[in-house]
Design a protein around this ligand. Structure first.
Ligand code: C2O
Length: 487
């Protein structure tokens, strides 16, 4: 980075804190936030106005042209938030009179920020110091100020080779979200893997204002969380074979933001794909070392599934699903059997070309396809009011009578209800996939994987506030297991 002058967004944990004082970048940030709080709420530079650009009205998109514009549950999630963050950053620079100030990012993905208690803490500048009641970076009502290891899980999003799932598919394992034709605050596409975890999770774990899209921007921590998410997009691109979408419905879509200078600016997605040209860079975009995948060679399937590259092949296919909608009950755990559905879509090509000749059971084919490819569990059309439980942990095949919390090796991931109300008001709710390849392979090796009978247990991971867990009506239309053929 020595060879150019692009100002850099730095990890909070690497900021210098001379004499144990607050990092100067964050002291500046506090100064700017204080000023933004004092501006009139109809001033686009005010914190209230900036937060309203993300979300304000709670149920329906408001008529104000600048408000309720955040993009969730589609492939516009990453570019929209990038634009939003950069314009916010420019306002901070203008208020400070420091054009090269850049947002630090909350680096909960770095192992080095692991504290002794095995938690990743909210940077201390954002906590309420006992002797200084008016810290502008502190807000009341955060439910938690640290993340457990599994709550900042980001590696499975990184492992996804595709940015977007194609338009029209309901199966969603893309890094950046599903394709949609046009922008919508809470779109119909599957949630991108990065948006699901750690993005949504961190929102709901921190809770308070961070727990709702209609308030989140009021917590100064929001902007550092999104700098992390924006950085992870750059990190993902550093891995081999990763590219952004190259199709015009994505590249040519435009969004408009009010600016520090007063005149609104309109940007195409294609204009925000090179961050240096936007005026910033990150101190570090090193990709993670991929955790070793569980290898099945030692076990030896009866035979390899034939290459799935025939003409009718083959995207992701459902190998099992629930046949009716179920309720997510806060505080309780329950199991969902994946019955053998009549409507299995299992590898149509395989079924036609192989199964009849070899007399092979579809169940066996399902298992082989699963073990050769990537296996995902997907919650489809989750709807409801935002419950007191902010985050559900999802487990596979927990032995009867045992506590899921004792089986981290069976955890599929975390489902967070961030944005659930907005998505439900649109009718379709939220859809999110979890990569369970390793869990499935481990179970297979232990002789405990049956593609026709997977049990799913949902447990409360975290409460978003102090409310008593109460009866609520969060429902899931379908829980599906699907397989992506090997690439
Ligand atoms: Cu638009 Cu972190 O949310």
């Amino acid at each position: 980075m020595a060879d150019d002058q692009t100002p850099v967004r730095r990890a909070v944990s690497r900021l210098e804190r001379p004499g144990g004082q607050a990092a100067p970048e964050l002291a500046d940030y506090a100064t700017a936030i204080k000023a933004m709080r004092q501006l009139a709420s109809d001033d686009p530079r005010s914190l209230v106005y900036q937060a309203a650009i993300h979300g304000k009205s709670g149920q329906r998109t408001s008529d104000h042209p600048d408000w309720d514009r955040c993009q969730h549950q589609s492939w516009f999630f990453l570019p929209w938030h990038r634009m939003y963050l950069r314009e916010f950053e420019k306002i901070v620079c203008a208020l400070l009179g420091k054009p090269s100030w850049r947002l630090p990012y909350w680096d909960y993905t770095a192992d080095s920020s692991l504290s002794e208690s095995d938690r990743w803490s909210v940077p201390r500048e954002f906590l309420d110091p006992p002797n200084q009641r008016l810290n502008p970076l502190f807000v009341n009502g955060r439910a938690r100020t640290s993340l457990k290891k599994e709550e900042r899980e980001w590696e499975s999003a990184m492992a996804s080779p595709l940015f977007a799932t194609s338009s029209g598919t309901t199966l969603g394992s893309g890094f950046g979200g599903g394709a949609v034709e046009s922008p919508e605050q809470f779109a119909t596409a599957p949630t991108g893997l990065l948006e699901g975890q750690p993005h949504n999770t961190v929102h709901r774990i921190v809770g308070g204002m961070m727990g709702s899209p209609f308030l989140a921007g009021l917590d100064p921590l929001f902007w550092l969380h999104h700098a992390t998410i924006d950085r992870l997009w750059e990190v993902w691109l550093q891995q081999s074979g990763r590219t952004n979408p190259t199709v015009t419905p994505w590249l040519d879509t435009e969004f408009t933001f009010p600016t520090a200078a007063g005149e609104p600016v309109t940007m195409k997605v294609s204009a925000v794909l090179d961050i240096r040209s936007m005026g910033y860079a990150y101190d570090d975009t090193t990709p993670p070392t991929a955790p070793p995948r569980t290898e099945l060679r030692a076990v030896g399937l009866e035979r390899a599934v034939p290459a799935l590259s025939t003409e009718e092949a083959l995207g992701a296919e459902v190998i099992g699903a629930t046949d009716r909608h179920v309720r997510l009950d806060p505080g309780a755990t329950f199991a969902v059997g994946l019955e053998r559905p009549a409507a299995w879509g299992l590898t149509r090509g395989l079924r036609r070309s192989l199964a009849p000749e070899e007399g092979m059971e579809l169940e066996t084919l399902a298992t082989e396809a699963a073990m050769e490819g990537q296996v995902f569990l997907q919650l489809e059309n989750v709807r409801g009011m935002e419950p007191a439980v902010g985050v559900f942990a999802i487990y596979i095949n927990v032995p009867a009578g045992e506590d899921p919390a004792d089986h981290p090796e069976l955890r599929a991931g975390l489902f967070s209800t961030f944005g659930l109300e907005g998505a439900s008001a649109q009718g379709h709710g939220m859809t999110q996939a979890f990569n369970i390849t390793d869990v499935a392979r481990r179970l297979y090796q232990e002789g405990r994987w049956d593609a026709t009978n997977v049990s799913v247990t949902l447990a409360a991971q975290a409460a978003v506030d102090e409310r008593e867990p109460s009866v609520n009506d969060v429902t899931v239309d379908r829980i599906a297991v699907y397989v992506e053929p090997p690439r």
